[in-house]
Unconditional design. Sequence first.
Length: 553
Amino acid sequence: MMKRILFFLLAIWIASPLVFAREEVTAGAPTAAEADTAPAPPPEVLNSPRSTMATFLHTMNDYKRKQRADIDPAIATMDLSGISKLVRKEESSDRAWMLLEVLDRTRVVDLKKLPKNSNTRSPYIFSQYDKGKVALEKQEDGRWLFSKDTVIALPDILDELTRKGQEKIKVDAGVKDRAPLHIRLRTQMPESLRNKVLLLENWQWLAGFLIVFVGVIADKLTSLLFKGLVIAWNRSRYWVQHEALPADILRPLGLSSMAAVWWAGINFLGLDVNFRLILLVAVKLLASISAVWGAYRLVDIIKAILAYRASKSVSKLDDALVPLFTRTLKIFVTIIGLLFIASNLSIDITGLIAGLGLGGLAFALAAKDIVQNLFGSVTVLTDRTFMVGDWIVVGEVEGTVEQVGFRSTRIRTFYNSVITVPNAKFITANVDNMGERQYRRYKTNVAVAYDTPVEKIDRFCEGMRNLVRRHPDMRKDYFEIYLNELSESSLDILVYVFFRVPDWDAELKARHEFILSILQLAENMKIELAFPTRTLYLHHEPEQHGKIPVEKT
């Protein structure tokens, strides 16, 4: 639990500069597009204090009576520029309900007494309180909205009215209160629980500890549940003779469940907007990272399933497609994850896209090799130049294909090193695929001694031909075994045969069996296999007076 709290505090520390940096950016001057656009006339529902108040009250009352599905028109009557964009979506609904509570606890609103003149610039003050005021102000575009100061002061004004015991002036009988739970609790909370200690009220501290505890429990239960499922899956017959998945592969889903509980809890607590801003951004960051992490782990599970099924098939094409498919899926997850994080942090990505457009030419030049490598990988797969496991020769590179990726292909050499070849090379290079051979040739010379009788040599050649005919893994329709050469120290019999085997290991095994059969045949026929020899003849000339004998070789 301590590790989770430390991780959450780290997220808060990371989120804090993001919050303030975001506020500095959004607080700047209007963009050129906004400055050049001519202001449109205000809508009729917001063109005067009376219209704005009527729109707000009718929307909220209709929503309470379940005559409409949302309160967006009521939210549109408030100037929310004082609320950070990072929490504006969550905070706007709460402020609308707080405003309704304040109005209901102040007096019955008589719309006929509100000004309907839209030309005046003076704000209309509905009521003044110790903690602030409820006022409507005319905006630059002509709309009349509840002022920014009013929206910011609403929590303090509502707290002031509830502490004074101010009840609602008018209550709709038989209509269920649909205000957020924390607002209803706050208005009915005993005074002792509403006292502030270190920025939070007592009931918020208690509820906060409970929410943290429930989040940790949710994390633990979710992690144990998925861990048990993975263990059961590993023990199932489906994964027999296959690499088992790590038991904690779905651990990020536990963090996601914990973040979801904390996210809902922060919205329930009704915290101060600044405090809520930091905590909510931190939880959003935690939820986003854990969600993307969990999606990555799910892709790993999909990869394991596909790899298992590919291993059961005869074709090798699916063995090459599985890593490409899962890498594509991870790239897709990364893009969606970045968009998800940007959306949760209210980051406008249109500026980033525009920046990429300006640098499009430079990006295209930099991406030239990437595109070539991508087309190279497509060429390899569509033309089936080679598959995973094939023995290939590309230029000076020779080895077994281990992996075909988007950018490059990994080849394991016979020195057990790994060479990475860019896929673009396969578009123009000559690839010798030794793994596509239907037959594997074997050529050698069987050397017999010069003193071997001619009849034995002929019978020995015929015996070797019979060995080929009887061998289960050798080509029967084409092979050559004949006395071929008179070398310096032996009579050489050419053995030119072909093995019908799927890979190099099987070829070595078949070749081993064939050579042993030849040696056994030679032993049975008492034929001596020659080895390099040289005979030395010494010639002695008659001795002459004063001369030393000379030896010739």
